[in-house]
Design a protein around this ligand. Structure first.
Ligand code: GLA
Length: 316
């Protein structure tokens, strides 16, 4: 276990305790467009972080999520709550592309403020992440963890925060592959890429414009039950992230190409902030064993879509 404990157990009043749970997420398509107000298509997945907490004299976290204390303290400040002792258990492995930080923060709001509006909860979590890390992430991960829905992907407009759920067919399986290249976004040129895209650098813009079209095509194909275009859209997204946005690495490119050739794989691409990290692949259900065998030695998580922590009622 890592993380830190600053408060003695005796100072915590577990009788006033609360519990919150939130899922990790994948992003099907729409990479490096959320912080520009574009549309993205993530999904909450069936790996969960659970946070138990109670008021205490100082913030403390018992957690396997690295850096947990900075995140939860920042979220406490955002919510205007005093110090708590927290116990975190998580099926969302850090550094594996499922956004363990969003799951941790959203789970904490779900426990502390369960009646909060899901969008407001996601916004508070993003502000906390900015505060804790200095990385100017978009709103995609927090919204997916808060408002994803089982059997669906979340088509989210990051400019207006309007969203709707798009059916995700049971005939597909989500695979998340670990490139083994570890990086924390704070050590990468993530903020720099954001600035370059905001400044309209031609190649960065070319990625953004083409990716936004791919999001529309991907969502339309899912809504119409047409699965054939999905693989080529994933491949095109990877090429664009590799060549125009330049957030891939040779190790990740090699892994993506290996995944493309594996049995049952429709398509694959680098996922998330990039510069290493995770690869997303979509597979025909039933091909998991053959796929994993072809990728021998590569850690693979097979995921299903899941409900977000605040997923009730309709979209907006
Ligand atoms: C990270 C950030 C997201 C998003 C992706 C890239 O996962 O947390 O907000 O910007 O990178 O699409």
């Amino acid at each position: 276990m890592s993380g830190s404990r600053t408060a003695p157990e005796s100072s915590a009043s577990w009788a006033e305790g609360w519990c919150g749970r939130a899922p990790g997420r994948v992003n099907l398509i729409g990479e490096h467009v959320d912080y520009l107000g574009g549309q993205v298509l993530p999904a909450a997945v069936d790996r969960f972080t659970t946070v138990r907490g109670c008021p205490a004299h100082a913030w403390s976290v018992e957690s396997e999520v690295a850096g947990g204390l900075a995140y939860v303290r920042a979220l406490g400040e955002e919510l205007g709550v005093g110090p708590h002792a927290l116990r975190v258990t998580s099926q969302v492995p850090p550094g594996r592309g499922l956004s363990s930080s969003a799951a941790l923060l959203v789970a904490m709001v779900a426990g502390l403020a369960p009646d909060m509006d899901g969008v407001e909860a996601a916004l508070a979590c993003r502000r906390a992440e900015h505060r804790a890390t200095g990385v100017e992430v978009g709103i995609m991960d927090q919204m997916a963890s808060a408002l994803g829905r089982r059997g669906h992907a979340l088509l989210l407009d990051c400019g207006t925060l309007e969203y709707r759920w798009v059916p995700f067919p049971p005939s597909l399986v989500i695979a998340v592959l670990d490139s083994g290249v570890r990086r924390s976004l704070a050590e990468t040129p993530y903020n720099q890429r954001r600035r370059e895209a905001e400044a309209g650098m031609p190649r960065r813009r070319r990625h953004v414009d083409s990716e936004l079209e791919r999001v529309q095509e991907f969502a339309a194909a899912l809504e119409e039950g047409r699965l054939e275009p999905l693989g080529e859209l994933l491949r095109a997204s990877h090429r664009s992230l590799r060549d125009d946005f330049e957030v891939s690495t040779p190790e990740v490119d090699a892994l993506v190409e290996r995944a493309w050739r594996a049995p049952g794989c429709l398509g694959a691409r680098i996922m998330g902030g990039g510069f290493g990290g995770a690869v997303l692949a979509l597979l025909e259900a039933g091909s998991e064993t053959g796929f994993a065998a072809a990728l021998q030695g590569v850690p693979v998580l097979f995921c299903q879509t899941a409900d977000g922590a605040f997923a009730r009622g309709g979209g907006r």
